[in-house]
Structures are given as structure tokens and as C-alpha cells.
Design a protein around this ligand. Structure first.
Ligand SMILES: [Zn+2]
Ligand SMILES: [Zn+2]
Length: 192
């Protein structure tokens, strides 16, 4: 049955001490979070793990306001450096611009490029390192309010990903090379 809104109800606050947002999964959430279950965003996970602090930024009147510092990571498409910011939509940013995003979404060299990418991004950005296909499907289902995600489809697609290795039947982990550089090279054919 199709539900009108599958967005998960927020039940806890972001684990970052300096953040006051809810942890919420879903394309309809403020931060577009689809990978974090303890933090509101990948920004807050990195901010906490890297023990970052807010920095004073002078405003036009010279008063210093405490602001979240930008965090650098690489674009998942072209590999250029981009800035993650605490601000809503920038806190889960993975591409430097729309072109880079569409390059992944519209790739024709493989089937379901977006799903391939989402699996890899979840495995990379979530702290958990070993994943059962049911857990992946469950996370994706909660993050996506437009369509249902079936574990059988995940099972099929994940087998085609060379950067993922099988630990035991239906259980997978991302290989070390998946944690650095743009993920697009593992999604499309001739990507590297
Ligand atoms: Zn947060
Ligand atoms: Zn880019």
C-alpha cells in the first residue's frame, strides 16, 4: 500500500553537542538526511568526530558571532573539494552542483545508477561497516518517501558493485578504497 507520507517521525536530538536539530531520515527532512541515525547530518557526524568548535565570524558591524565552520569533503562526481555547512541543505551535500549530481543520476552505462550510488553513500557515510541487505533496504525505505525499496533489488544491485565485498551471504562491506575519492567512479562503467 502506498502511504502518503513515509517520513519517519523524529524521536531524538542530534548527537552533536552544538546542534539542536532532530535526527530525521527522509528526502522531506530539513537536512535531506539519508545516511545518519545518530546525527541530523553527515556535517554533524564529522564535526563531532573531528572535535571541531564553532568559530567567531564578524558581521557587518564587526560583532563576532559564533558560527559552525565549513568542513571540506570531495564531490562524489568530479572529485573537486566542496564545503559542507551546518545550514540545512548544505549539511548533507555530496555534489558541487547540479551538473555533477545529474552526471550520476543520468548515467546510462549501468542500470539504476542512483540506487547504486545511494547504497555506496550509505555504507560510506554511516558509522556501521558491515551491512545486511535488509538493513540497507530498511534505511533506504525510511529515507525515501516516493517509492518503496525492496531488499531483493538491493541484493541484486549490490552484487554488481566491485567496491563492495561479501562478508557472508547477504552481508556486505565497503572496501577501503570506497572511503576516499568520488563514489561515481564505482557506480558507472569506465568511471575510474
Ligand atoms: Zn546536527
Ligand atoms: Zn563536482
Amino acid at each position: 500500500m502506498l502511504s502518503v507520507s513515509k517520513m519517519t517521525k523524529p524521536t531524538k536530538f542530534c548527537l552533536s553537542n552544538d546542534c539542536n536539530r532532530w535526527v530525521q531520515l527522509g528526502t522531506g527532512s530539513h537536512t535531506l538526511n539519508s545516511t545518519q541515525t545518530d546525527y541530523c547530518s553527515i556535517y554533524c557526524r564529522l564535526y563531532t568526530e573531528q572535535k571541531l568548535k564553532k568559530i567567531p565570524v564578524p558581521d557587518t558591524l564587526g560583532r563576532k558571532n559564533m558560527r559552525f565552520p565549513p568542513i571540506e569533503r570531495c564531490c562524489d562526481s568530479c572529485g573537486e573539494t566542496l564545503e559542507l555547512k551546518w545550514d540545512d541543505h548544505f549539511s548533507n551535500r555530496c555534489f558541487c552542483n547540479r551538473d555533477c549530481h545529474f552526471k550520476m543520476r543520468r548515467d546510462k552505462s549501468v542500470r539504476k545508477p542512483e540506487l547504486r550510488y545511494q547504497i555506496l553513500r550509505l555504507m560510506r557515510d554511516h558509522p556501521k561497516d558491515v551491512w545486511n541487505v535488509h538493513e540497507i533496504a530498511d534505511m533506504m525505505d525510511k529515507s525515501n518517501n516516493r517509492y518503496r525499496v525492496n531488499w531483493r533489488v538491493i541484493s541484486q544491485v549490490i552484487k554488481a558493485l566491485s567496491v563492495v565485498e561479501r562478508v557472508e551471504p547477504s552481508v556486505y562491506r565497503l572496501k577501503p578504497e570506497g572511503y576516499t575519492g568520488p563514489l561515481l567512479r564505482f557506480v558507472v562503467r569506465n568511471g575510474s
